[in-house]
Design a protein around this ligand. Structure first.
Ligand SMILES: C[S@@+](CC[C@H](N)C(=O)[O-])C[C@H]1O[C@@H](n2cnc3c(N)ncnc32)[C@H](O)[C@@H]1O
Length: 186
């Protein structure tokens, strides 16, 4: 499996514990160092350094690059991931929900209706626990947009579920969960 934007390896390690062979990719060396033992590669999700069709599955969960890059670059991440997966394999990506973002816009957040980008100020802590506040821009999607992007990347959409991080379940798309989970066949 390929975990794109793996961060400190949260999902990659959980999958490895269940017997999957996982390679994690992230742009942040600090996160990869924090991930500890495992197979980690520093790379940009827009230019994945792998031979085509080498993985059974590619995942990108909780905005592992996808959703952080803006319109055309997000599409490129999907295309790059699709190229890494063998025929008949799967691609699984989670994405912020535009419906939820607008419906539950938090105080201080702004949502750009033209681009679907949500802006927030977020506290990020270093390993010592000291926090700094950063601007955070996240592109949000509707299921229809995800379907169209997946089709443009040559993927066959199998399902789109409404999910909450840490609570993945097969719920049809709704307005009440913060993310959508796209499952597509290559
Ligand atoms: C919100 S974290 C999610 C991490 C992990 N998937 C998880 O669920 O714990 C987003 C991750 O995407 C990575 N990232 C952002 N832009 C990226 C890019 N262009 N290429 C690869 N990784 C990227 C960040 O460094 C960060 O580790």
């Amino acid at each position: 499996m390929l975990d794109v934007g793996c961060g400190p390896g949260r999902h990659a390690r959980a999958l490895a514990e269940r017997g999957c062979e996982v390679v994690g990719v992230d742009i942040s060396l600090a996160f990869l160092r924090a991930a500890g033992e495992g197979r980690w590669v520093r790379a940009d999700a827009r230019r994945l350094p792998f031979s085509p069709r080498g993985f059974d599955v590619a995942i990108s969960l909780c905005q592992g690059g996808f959703g952080l890059l803006g319109g055309r670059d997000d599409a490129q991440v999907l295309t790059q991931m699709a190229e890494c997966v063998r025929d008949g394999g799967r691609l699984v990506v989670s994405a912020f929900s535009s419906y939820f973002a607008v419906r539950h816009l938090e105080e201080g957040d702004t949502f750009d209706a033209a681009t679907g980008v949500n802006h927030e100020r977020a506290d990020v802590r270093d390993p010592t626990g000291s926090a700094e506040t950063f601007d955070l821009w996240t592109t949000c999607f509707t299921p229809r947009e995800l379907s169209l992007m997946a089709a443009a990347a040559g993927l066959n959409v199998e399902s789109i579920w409404s999910v909450t991080p840490g609570d993945y379940a097969k719920r049809p798309p709704d307005l009440d969960h913060p993310e959508f989970l796209l499952v597509a066949a290559v």
